[in-house]
Design a protein around this ligand. Structure first.
Ligand code: SAH
Length: 215
């Protein structure tokens, strides 16, 4: 399989679907998605759809990864927090667009999986943490951007509070199985603006400011 060609075709498809941010497209044309998918899904690495991970989780659809990163208006000096490391794919893409990525995963099994890959591939500006991401990662706050890769009933207050001035957060908000992307930003007066974007389907955000386990 010619992964370079498949990657370029995926990026061309993203452009056709309305992603025009050249930095995001370039990053997605760089990260080897085939190295983040479980081996049995290798031939689907560049399909524009989600891919199953161990422990019933999924690697998000490339279009949705792109859409969320574009909405955050990332800049090279940004400190970014991701909730839901999963395979580490989205963190790898984001790491090419910002100074530092902190990413949190609650499933103990998935953390070494992501860490090993990211280290082997030489992504030096990503810190992978094990924990409940609904509480954020206060030690490295404030963040210029926060991306939540799992769907919750509301935007956790802890995450909102860890946004810096003009910081932007994007997260799927809705029911256990169906959500809409919600964009939240901290204004200069300290208050928050918000906007609801497109419908999506993410795995549930489970934690003290998300869904209860087994909901
Ligand atoms: N960004 C990932 C896809 C993530 S799927 C990738 O590119 O592969 C969503 C992930 O969020 C799952 O791995 C799930 O275990 C994790 N998750 C759910 N609730 C969480 C929480 N409260 N804190 C951290 N991770 C959480």
């Amino acid at each position: 399989m010619d992964f370079v060609q498949l990657r370029a075709a995926m990026v061309a498809e993203l452009e056709e679907q309305g992603i025009h941010d050249t930095a995001v497209l370039q990053a997605m044309n760089t990260v080897p998605r085939e190295l983040f998918v479980p081996e049995e899904y290798l031939e689907h690495a560049y399909d524009n759809g989600p891919i199953p991970l161990p422990t019933k989780q999924t690697i998000s659809q490339p279009f949705v990864v792109a859409l969320m990163l574009v909405a955050l208006k990332l800049k090279p000096h940004f400190n970014l927090l991701e909730i839901g490391t999963g395979s580490g794919y989205a963190a790898a893409v984001a790491s090419l667009l910002v100074r530092q990525v902190h990413t949190i995963e609650r499933q103990e099994k998935l953390v070494p999986y992501a860490k090993t890959r990211l280290n082997q591939l030489g992504y030096a500006n990503i810190a992978v943490h094990l924990g409940d991401g609904t509480l954020g990662w206060p030690a490295a706050a404030p963040y210029d951007a926060i991306v939540v890769a799992a769907g919750g009933p509301a935007v956790p207050a802890s995450l909102r509070d860890q946004l810096g001035e003009n910081g932007r957060l994007i997260m799927p908000v809705g029911s256990y199985k169906k959500q809409k992307l919600r964009l939240v930003w901290r204004r200069a007066d300290g208050r928050f603006g918000q906007k609801t974007l497109t419908p999506v389907r993410f795995v549930p955000l489970i934690g003290s400011e998300g869904w209860a386990e087994g909901d």
